[in-house]
Design a protein around this ligand. Structure first.
Ligand SMILES: NC(=O)c1ccc[n+]([C@@H]2O[C@H](COP(=O)([O-])OP(=O)(O)OC[C@H]3O[C@@H](n4cnc5c(N)ncnc54)[C@H](O)[C@@H]3O)[C@@H](O)[C@H]2O)c1
Ligand SMILES: [Zn+2]
Length: 360
């Protein structure tokens, strides 16, 4: 299989590389050896991922002269909280983890966010390496340095920017994902095509079968292109001052659907798929975007939902969107597309949102 170039995230303080490929987990030791000066590594993972991939990662690290230990956090979003963070930090302290030690986040976005925040705050900051094992984590959450945990009052309300030292994505890990999780991750993949890369969009349209069958070469190519796209956005806007907002394309509805439908009815990516079709329709009205059906068609072929589920009250959704906008002054703008690969922002009233929702 052809090797893909490492992706350089060119941040001024601390640039880092993202490597995407098949079979990367077995290479983690050799990748980290030239990068880290301390030999102590603590792997944070969950029981599912540990059972599947923990031994392989530990073996590779030991082979390269590291002494890895491990902290296991229960699977699931409900454990991305301060109580679990405290437990992890106490374990790190009990194990005498030092400034020169490094945390390795082995898992999905939940593990990545929690580990990143533990690393950002333990001893006022130690190094972290991201080893994402879900599609969403490989193309999105492991890149860019946003870390954090949830409060009862809301998701990701406590956190920090803490860039990883290195990101290692192994597309072979995707083969053990539940198919629904995989498809949900594909919504984020499509998003990069829509907001940044017409080439990627066309590539996706031409490779739906190979992607769903997880053909290694094709999937590695897709993850690599998405990771590069996210890296580009993050490099230009590390602290979310402007450009990074385009990553919210299709995401406005997610919060609303979660609030109205109840958490867990739809996966994040599924709500994003619906949200993208909604944003595309708004874009058609406002900016004469002419590719709504094309976008909906690709999402549908990838097995994603494109309409708001029966029984969800549009008015209630619109009110949550509005409340969301008020609460976060920076989010008053709605991300639209002018054409595939080019975004713009629009200001929408609640009434306009509600009218557009009725059309989805
Ligand atoms: N930091 C960021 O920029 C950013 C961006 C987007 C999302 N996020 C966060 O990411 C989280 C969601 O991440 P996620 O979708 O990866 O969910 P997740 O981390 O909960 O993982 C989903 C499930 O898949 C399992 N799993 C992980 N890898 C597997 C594998 N290879 N094979 C089989 N099972 C596996 C996990 O045990 C878990 O049960 C949310 O908390 C969200 O807030 C963060
Ligand atoms: Zn998302």
């Amino acid at each position: 299989m052809k090797e893909l170039e490492p992706i350089r995230v060119e941040l001024r303080d601390r640039p880092y590389d993202i490597e995407v490929g098949a079979g990367n987990l077995g290479r983690i030791g050799e990748c980290l050896a030239p990068l880290l000066r301390g030999k102590r590594i603590v792997i944070l993972t969950d029981p599912v991922v540990d059972g599947l991939y923990g031994a392989k990662v530990r073996r590779s690290l030991r082979g390269a002269g590291f002494s890895p230990s491990q902290v296991v956090v229960p699977s699931g979003e409900e454990h991305k909280n301060l109580a679990e963070l405290e437990r992890v930090q106490e374990e790190l302290a009990a194990a005498h983890v030092e400034r020169s030690s490094t945390l390795v986040a082995l898992g999905g976005g939940v593990i990545g966010d929690l580990t990143g925040f533990a690393a950002a705050t333990f001893l006022r900051g130690i190094g972290v390496v991201q080893v994402p094992t879900t599609l969403l984590a490989q193309v999105d959450s492991s890149i860019g340095g946003k870390t954090g945990v949830n409060l009862r009052a809301g998701k990701n309300l406590v956190g920090a920017f803490h860039q990883p030292r290195f990101v290692l994505a192994d597309v072979d890990t995707l083969s053990s994902l539940p198919p629904r999780e995989l498809r949900a991750g594909l919504a984020e993949v499509v998003k990069y095509g829509v907001i940044l890369s017409p080439d990627l969009f066309v590539f996706l349209e031409g490779h739906v079968g190979e992607i769903l069958a997880l053909e290694r070469e094709v999937v590695a190519e897709v993850v690599h292109r998405c990771a590069a796209a996210k890296a580009r956005v993050v490099t230009e806007d590390e602290r979310e001052a402007g450009l990074r907002a385009i990553l919210n394309f299709g995401h406005t509805l997610w919060h609303a659907i979660e609030a109205v439908a109840g958490y867990g009815r739809l996966l994040h990516g599924e709500a994003v798929a619906i949200g993208m079709v909604f944003a595309a329709r708004v874009s058609a009205d406002r900016r004469a975007f002419g590719q709504v059906e094309r976008l909906a068609g690709l999402l549908e072929r990838l097995g994603l939902p494109i309409t708001i589920p029966e029984g969800l009250d549009r008015g209630a959704l619109a009110r949550v969107v509005e409340a969301d906008k008020k609460r976060r002054a920076e989010r008053v703008k709605f991300v639209c597309v002018e054409e595939i690969g080019r975004t713009c922002f629009e200001l929408l009233s609640t009434q306009e949102i509600e009218e557009s929702l009725r059309a989805v």
